[in-house]
Design a protein around this ligand. Structure first.
Ligand SMILES: NC(=O)C1=CN([C@@H]2O[C@H](COP(=O)(O)OP(=O)(O)OC[C@H]3O[C@@H](n4cnc5c(N)ncnc54)[C@H](O)[C@@H]3O)[C@@H](O)[C@H]2O)C=CC1
Ligand SMILES: CC(C)(CO)C(=O)C(=O)O
Length: 298
């Protein structure tokens, strides 16, 4: 399969690198990483290890591919969609956190698949990516149901030994992941603790409330996500990822813009359509945005 990876940072480089062992992969990213991969190839280290040589470029447009994976941060999705419009790709799959697929779908004429990834990735140096945890990719049709396209892409991932599930209930899975991110990411970023510290602390109640609000909004959108399931998802992920510093906490610690707009911000925006108040998500979003504004982001 010809695969374009738009956004060769941590996750895109890891997934693209693993796919490159069996597929024709092009990474679209930024220098110095891209020139290093072009010259000497890519080292995957950590929980996965390989040396591969995908094509790598900083040129954003003019590429052809069977599928483009979108792995930029959520706030770069609109720019990615504009660049992909000027590419000849047959389908797009987002592996990002947050509600980004709708942005891609509104700009592109090709099918957009929804995806989630629980692999951990960290770009440690140009041309070198660390797999910090083997997780799973789940992908499927954005509106749910079976999809021959999703099956084909899923097979391509599995052929490259990436643990992958093709799911027919992506709407529910996306909202459950959003509930988890709305609770854990924002609370850990604001209180500067790793995920596991929420387990025995009153801050977990704040995460539960954000997740319950998200579940309520999901139900307005016609997605069956009971409050109890959202709350239990928080507890399960806190337990399973106890040692993790959430991606939002890492962004805050690095002085970088967070994905709050596509996570808690998306919950607030969707709730507003239904004239429904989500005070916990609104407060978390406001605090994170205040931090972003005050920080003078790098
Ligand atoms: N890193 C991880 O372990 C995981 C990340 N995710 C999600 O995946 C998404 C990406 O995360 P990371 O890889 O950590 O971020 P990252 O910041 O490491 O990677 C994004 C890359 O996209 C590049 N980029 C942005 N616009 C571009 C453009 N126009 N042309 C070329 N390159 C462009 C940036 O330079 C950057 O290198 C986020 O939504 C994140 O929440 C999800 C699961 C795990
Ligand atoms: C699941 C969780 C909360 C793991 O840390 C995550 O997705 C993130 O950090 O962005």
């Amino acid at each position: 399969m010809r695969i374009l990876v738009f956004g060769a940072g941590s996750l895109g480089t890891l997934v693209g690198g693993l796919l490159a062992s069996v597929h024709d992969v092009t990474l679209v990213g930024r220098d110095r990483h891209v020139s290093r991969v072009s010259k000497t190839g890519l080292d995957i280290v950590g929980a996965e290890s390989a040396h591969v040589s995908p094509a790598a470029t900083t040129t954003e447009t003019g590429h052809g591919a069977d599928v483009a994976l979108v792995t930029v941060k959520s706030f770069d999705t609109r720019a990615a969609a504009e660049a992909l419009e000027a590419c000849d790709v047959d389908a797009v799959l987002s592996l990002q956190n947050g509600m980004t697929e709708e942005v891609l779908e509104s700009s592109l004429d090709v099918p957009v698949l929804a995806g989630t990834a629980t692999y951990g990735a960290r770009l440690v140096a140009p041309g070198r990516v660390e797999c910090t945890g083997i997780g799973r990719v789940v992908l499927g049709a954005l509106d749910g149901g079976t999809s021959p396209l999703a099956e084909r892409v899923g097979k391509a991932f599995r052929d490259a030994d990436i643990r992958t599930l093709v799911a027919a209930d992506m709407p529910r899975r996306r909202w459950e992941k959003l509930a988890v991110n709305a609770g854990i990411n924002a609370v850990t970023a604001l209180s500067r603790v790793e995920n596991g510290r929420l387990a025995s602390h009153e801050a977990r109640e704040v995460a539960h409330r954000a997740a319950r609000e998200t579940a309520r909004v999901a139900r307005f959108e016609g997605v069956r996500l009971p409050n109890r399931v959202a709350r239990e998802a928080i507890d399960r992920v806190v337990d399973q990822t106890a040692a993790n510093r959430s991606s939002m906490l890492q962004d805050v610690e690095a002085g970088k813009r967070t994905e709050v707009d596509a996570i808690n911000g998306a919950v607030v925006d969707t709730a507003t359509k239904y004239d429904y108040e989500v005070p916990t998500n609104r407060t978390l979003a406001a605090l994170l945005r205040a931090w972003e504004r005050g920080e003078g982001l790098r």
